[in-house]
Design a binder for this molecule. Structure first.
Ligand SMILES: NC(=O)c1ccc[n+]([C@@H]2O[C@H](COP(=O)([O-])OP(=O)(O)OC[C@H]3O[C@@H](n4cnc5c(N)ncnc54)[C@H](OP(=O)(O)O)[C@@H]3O)[C@@H](O)[C@H]2O)c1
Length: 240
C-alpha cells in the first residue's frame, strides 16, 4: 500500500522518537503534520523539509481546544493519527505534588488523546485508502508496573485500554492499535550505571533507537487486518 501523499499527524513530533518518525514518513512522501510544545531550532528545519508544524500544549485548555477545532473542521482528510506526545514524570518530582502529577499524566496520555480521536474521526474516515489508522504509543510499564512512575504508568494503561474501545467504536473504517516500547533511547544525561542496569533488563540488551517505532508504524499502516492490538517492542523484557 503506498503511503505517498497520505496525511499523517504525529503528536510530540519535534524531538527524539516523534521527530524521527515524522522524517521517515516525510521521506516516504507523506504529508506530515506534527504538534510540538516548545519552540526549538529543529522546528524551522522540519518546516524547510515540508513538515507542517502546529504548536499545541495539551495542558492548556485554549491551546488544546484550538487544536481540536482544527482536527474537527480544518484538517485535511487524514490517513493516520499517531499519539506519541508524552511526559515521563516521576511520582517524586520535587517541583510538584501528587495531585498535580496524576492530573498532568491523565491529561497528556488519556484525556488529550481521547478528545483528539473523537475530534479527528470524521477526517480519518475520509482519509483512509480505504482504511485509516490511529496509533497509541504506550509503554512496557503498563504490563510490569513501576514503583516510581505510578501516575505515568496508570495514564499509559488508560491509553492502552482506549486502544480496544476505539477499535470497536471506529471499525471497520479506522483501525486502532498501540505500540508498547520499553527502552528506545537513553536521555543524554543518563549515567553509565543507569545505562548498564537498564540494558540488562531485556533479553536483547540493546538501545534500539527510534527506527523500531518507525518500522512498527509503517507495518501497522500497511496491514489491513489488525485492530485493537498491541505491538510489544521491548527486546524481550518479559522473558528476562
Ligand atoms: N524513549 C524511550 O526510551 C521510551 C520508552 C518507553 C516508551 N516511550 C514512549 O515513546 C514515545 C516517544 O518517546 P520519546 O522519548 O521520544 O519522548 P520525549 O523525548 O519525552 O518527547 C515527547 C514529546 O511530547 C511532547 N509533550 C510533552 N508534554 C506535552 C504537552 N503538555 N503538550 C504537548 N506536547 C507535549 C514533548 O514536547 P516538548 O519537547 O516541546 O516538551 C515532546 O515533543 C512516548 O510516548 C514515550 O512514552 C519511549
Amino acid at each position: 500500500m503506498s503511503l505517498e501523499k497520505s496525511v499523517v499527524v504525529i503528536t510530540g513530533g519535534s524531538r527524539r522518537v516523534g521527530l524521527h518518525c515524522a522524517r521517515t514518513l516525510r521521506h516516504l512522501g507523506c504529508e506530515v503534520h506534527i504538534t510540538y510544545r516548545s519552540d526549538r531550532p529543529d522546528i524551522d528545519v522540519l518546516r524547510t523539509e515540508g513538515v507542517i508544524c502546529h504548536q499545541v500544549d495539551f495542558e492548556e485548555d485554549d491551546s488544546l481546544n484550538r487544536w481540536l477545532d482544527f482536527l474537527r473542521k480544518d484538517a485535511p482528510p487524514m490517513r493516520a493519527l499517531v499519539h506519541n506526545a508524552s511526559l515521563w514524570l516521576p511520582d517524586s518530582d520535587p517541583a510538584t505534588d501528587y495531585q498535580t502529577t496524576i492530573r498532568r499524566m491523565n491529561r497528556i496520555h488519556c484525556e488529550a488523546p481521547y478528545l483528539m480521536n473523537m475530534a479527528a474521526a470524521e477526517r480519518l474516515r475520509l482519509g483512509g485508502s480505504p482504511l485509516s489508522d490511529i496509533v497509541h504509543i504506550t509503554d512496557y510499564v503498563i504490563e510490569k508496573g513501576s514503583d516510581n512512575h505510578i501516575a505515568y504508568a496508570a495514564s499509559k494503561a488508560a491509553l492502552d485500554g482506549m486502544t480496544r474501545s476505539f477499535a470497536k467504536r471506529f471499525a471497520p473504517l479506522i483501525k486502532v492499535n498501540s505500540i508498547a516500547p520499553s527502552l528506545l533511547m537513553f536521555q543524554e544525561d543518563d549515567d553509565l550505571e543507569y545505562r548498564r542496569k537498564t540494558l540488562a533488563k531485556s533479553a536483547l540488551g540493546v538501545e534500539p533507537g527510534p527506527q523500531v517505532i518507525a518500522d512498527a508504524l509503517i507495518y501497522l499502516l500497511n496491514n489491513r487486518y489488525m485492530t485493537g492490538r498491541v505491538i510489544a517492542l521491548d527486546g524481550g523484557r518479559n522473558i528476562r
